[in-house]
Design a protein around this ligand. Structure first.
Ligand code: ADE
Length: 222
């Protein structure tokens, strides 16, 4: 998979792409991720990318020209263009799974004061990562990239996906490591028993119990 990210703040991605699982996935050619500075596509002699909104009221608004030119430059017939905005469809694990089947994602990071409405026509899908407003789409693009890349073949242990919270609309079961007694808090006996069938049954029960307590809305979706 190839992911192209269009942003006004490319350096925000330096740490994200150079640490941990994202770095390993890139180094192992599981994904190719390119960050493009929208400003480099500006045709303005001062490399301007935003201007006052017509009608007043708003602050600076991202202009269409640099973004249209960037998408024209990067788009192929295999591309899916994602526009990040609080007005988009709310992101979840099921959308993350759907995106893993794409060959090429172009992710446009919006701008906190808004973008020209015509930019929406470029998008195949508009996504919001939740009902709160960020200063721009950069963090949202990292959230989407991270959650999709970890699902790609060979990035993390395949079996671990099926234990993810939200897989089958269930939250994850509790896990423990050594010691078996920490400050009087004990690891449940069943996990020390070595009896795999009982362990699996206990885990499933815990998943359902947890989901009922914390996210009853997920159980309704099952
Ligand atoms: N840009 C600003 N807020 C956002 C959000 N919640 N999701 C996606 N992009 C955004």
């Amino acid at each position: 998979m190839k992911i192209d990210i269009l942003t006004l703040f490319p350096h925000m991605f330096d740490g994200f792409l150079n640490e941990s699982i994202m770095k390993r996935a890139i180094d192992n050619n599981k994904v190719s991720i390119n960050v493009y500075d929208i400003r480099t596509y500006s045709k303005d002699k001062h490399k301007k990318v935003d201007d006052y909104g017509y009608g007043g009221g708003q602050g600076m608004v991202l202009m269409p020209q640099p973004i249209f030119d960037a998408v024209d430059d990067l788009k192929t017939e295999d591309s899916k263009v994602i526009l990040l905005t609080p007005q988009g469809k709310t992101y979840n694990q099921s959308i993350a799974y759907d995106l893993t089947s794409e060959k090429h994602l172009i992710i446009i990071c919006g701008h906190y004061e808004g973008f020209d409405e015509r930019i929406r026509t470029l998008a195949d899908i508009e996504i919001s990562i939740g009902d709160y407003v960020l200063t721009g789409g950069e963090l949202a693009s990292m959230v989407i990239t991270d959650s999709v890349v970890r699902l790609l073949d060979g990035v993390i242990n395949k079996d671990s996906h099926i234990y993810d919270s939200f897989h089958n609309n269930l939250l994850d079961y509790p896990v423990y490591t050594k010691p078996a007694n920490f400050r009087g808090m004990l690891v449940p006996d069943v996990l020390l028993s070595g009896h795999h069938e009982n362990i699996n049954t206990w885990r499933k029960q815990e998943q359902i119990k947890r989901t009922k307590e914390r996210r009853p809305d997920l159980l309704e979706k099952r």
